[in-house]
Design a binder for this molecule. Structure first.
Ligand SMILES: C[S@@+](CC[C@H](N)C(=O)[O-])C[C@H]1O[C@@H](n2cnc3c(N)ncnc32)[C@H](O)[C@@H]1O
Length: 346
């Protein structure tokens, strides 16, 4: 599910409780539309031409950590509908292309991957595939043609169930897949930013990431709702353990979860409590006196008329719910055709 549609659902659910509406998602009723329009980051995204409000999260992470500095090659994992790719294109590719000194071969390389197809973005190479699949990773690696990336970002999110343990587990599988790609494509000294869900295994994840990066900070951009367990791991200075081989990744990660650090492969974070507790650097980022993503803001007043909501910048071109809608439509047509038929003779 794309983030944009998830955001609408959040607003919708909030409104549903408030007004006792039973709104199906994606909701089109006018009170819900009104509430969505009041989501300041959603509205700002449309005004500034971003495909999703997530763009602000990456921009705010960059404000704090300067992650784009010196970046020439970048991988955007789980990129659809593409607002992070847009941020990368506008901050890296477009300025380089407009620079009079820039030669064709010097242009930044941006490779974006997602299960879903995305509409084109200037300077972004798109790969449609599953990041947990080794073949997708190979395609990404091939695009780098032996060179290494300076930055890997991953905003991957599975369809959220609301069962936090389950969501956190599936999310951790995406991070694991992203880390596998990182170990193949990221240059030593490079950076990795990944969406995480804060939960009981957060300490374990932190320790696992620390194996590969000298600096790991968990960050919460101002545009990410406080009510959401989402945060971002900002990992700096990629420095894998000495003698590290990519095929050893899983074994190494499992070892972090075991008190003996040896052959007990029951990977868990319980032992990181009490005297072994790890303290994770956690930072709120973005303009802290800026817009609050958990608040609704009144719509701006316009001269002589009510505020006109802008259309989404780029609706998903093949959203996963499309098939469901088509099936629903087909079945309701079938039902009405059946209703028009004379009753079958028994
Ligand atoms: C929150 S959205 C990403 C939003 C994006 N960063 C943007 O700014 O537009 C999460 C994306 O993760 C993708 N995703 C989930 N599991 C994936 C997987 N196994 N492989 C590739 N993409 C995946 C979904 O298709 C979805 O588009």
């Amino acid at each position: 599910m794309g983030k944009a549609s998830k955001d609408k659902r959040v607003s919708c659910v909030r409104l549903s409780t408030q007004f006792s509406y039973s709104c199906a998602q994606p909701c089109r009723c006018s009170p819900c539309r009104y509430a969505i329009a009041q989501d300041i980051y959603y509205r700002k995204a449309k005004e500034e031409g971003w495909r999703a409000r997530s763009a602000f999260k990456l921009l705010q992470i960059d404000q704090e950590f300067n992650i784009f500095h010196g970046v020439k090659r970048v991988v955007d994992l789980c990129a659809a509908p593409g607002s992070w790719s847009q941020v990368l294109s506008r901050n890296l590719y477009v300025p380089a292309k407009q620079s009079p000194d820039c030669k064709e071969g010097d242009l930044p390389l941006i490779v974006a991957i997602d299960l879903q197809p995305m509409a084109p973005i200037e300077g972004v190479i798109q790969v449609q595939g599953d990041i947990t699949n080794a073949r997708t990773a190979e395609v990404v690696i091939r695009h780098f043609d032996g060179c290494k990336a300076d930055l890997v970002v991953c905003d991957g999110a599975p369809d959220v169930t609301g069962l936090h343990d389950m969501d956190e587990f599936v999310q951790s599988q995406l991070i694991l897949a992203a880390l596998t790609i990182v170990t193949h494509v990221l240059k030593v000294g490079g950076k990795f930013v990944a969406k995480i869900f804060r939960g009981k295994d957060t300490s374990l994840l932190y320790c696992q990431l620390k194996l590969f990066f000298s600096q790991v900070t968990f960050a919460k951009p101002k545009s990410s709702r406080n009510s959401s367990i989402e945060a971002f791991a900002v990992c700096e200075n990629y420095s894998p353990p000495e003698g590290f081989k990519e095929e050893d990744l899983y074994h190494l990660l499992e070892k972090v979860g075991t008190p003996s650090g040896a052959n007990d492969l029951d990977c868990r974070s319980g032992w990181l409590e009490g005297p072994n507790k790890v303290y994770i650097p956690f930072l709120a980022c973005g303009d802290l006196s800026g817009y609050d993503s958990d608040r609704s803001y009144p719509l701006p007043s316009t001269e002589g008329g009510s505020y006109r909501s802008l259309d989404p910048v780029q609706p998903p071109i093949a959203p996963p719910y499309k098939t469901a809608l088509e099936m629903k439509k087909a079945s309701s047509h079938g039902a009405s055709a059946d209703a028009a038929k004379p009753p079958a003779e028994s």
